[in-house]
Design a protein around this ligand. Structure first.
Ligand code: NI
Ligand code: MN
Length: 226
């Protein structure tokens, strides 16, 4: 599988499907790509915050691709002309041979920038089971059911936020990594803005003291094959 980080929490996963997660592109100050570069089969959105929902609607309306998210975000996208399907925590959704498992996240999901009056549902994460299993945690604080995510869904790769302030910081993310025990962990949701400045080496060093997981610190736009 080809995994590309586009900064913040935006990842492109290419194997049997072309999957885009949290496509925050146009207003992402660190992104090196543009909205028109993407032609995914499916977009997964972890919650309604603008730095995650991002350009999901624009890309879905242009390409006709499917978006999956929580029911409230899916309904919003559907109303605005995108093709969207809702699902919820603990459930799975299959597209071709790829399964999307929705996991809890300890966060909020207000549609603050769209309409503060609309309830944006619950923030979530995904374990995407294609040829390998990938956990994208979304925005989250540390929670002990990450043990369960590791045990039940056994992700081989985990993308975890380390920026602090709105999510886990390096220390919490390192503990999360030791609970999930993926083969590879990729830090995300840091150094996009001043408020979430972090040194990913701090996370990497902490993980090394706790477990055997290999931390890969990617540059924005960098891809790995796994
Ligand atoms: Ni958020
Ligand atoms: Mn965020």
């Amino acid at each position: 599988m080809r995994i590309t980080w586009h900064g913040h929490s935006c990842f492109e996963l290419i194997e049997s499907l072309n999957i885009l997660v949290d496509p925050y592109i146009e207003r992402n100050p660190v992104a090196k790509c543009s909205v028109g570069d993407f032609n995914p089969d499916l977009i997964a959105v972890t919650h309604a915050h603008a730095d995650h929902l991002g350009n999901a609607g624009d890309i879905a309306r242009r390409t006709g691709c499917l978006v999956i998210s929580n029911p409230e975000v899916a309904r919003h996208l559907d109303k605005t002309g995108a093709r969207a399907e809702g699902m919820n925590i603990g459930g799975s959704y299959s597209v071709s041979d790829v399964q999307f498992h929705m996991t809890p996240a300890l966060h909020s999901s207000g549609m603050n920038e769209i309409d503060p009056g609309i309830y944006g549902g619950e923030a979530v994460g995904f374990v995407i089971d294609d040829i390998i299993r990938i956990y994208h945690a979304g925005d989250t604080g540390l929670f002990s059911d990450m043990h369960l995510i590791g045990e039940l869904l056994r992700p081989q790769v985990a993308m975890l936020p380390i920026g602090g302030r709105f999510t886990m910081g390096p220390r919490e993310a390192a503990i999360a990594t030791s609970w999930i025990r993926p083969e590879i962990a990729i830090p995300m949701h840091y150094n996009t803005y001043k408020a979430i400045e972090q040194d990913p080496a701090e996370y990497q060093e902490l993980v090394e003291t706790l477990c055997d997981t290999e931390v890969l610190v990617l540059d924005v736009g960098e891809s790995i094959e796994y």
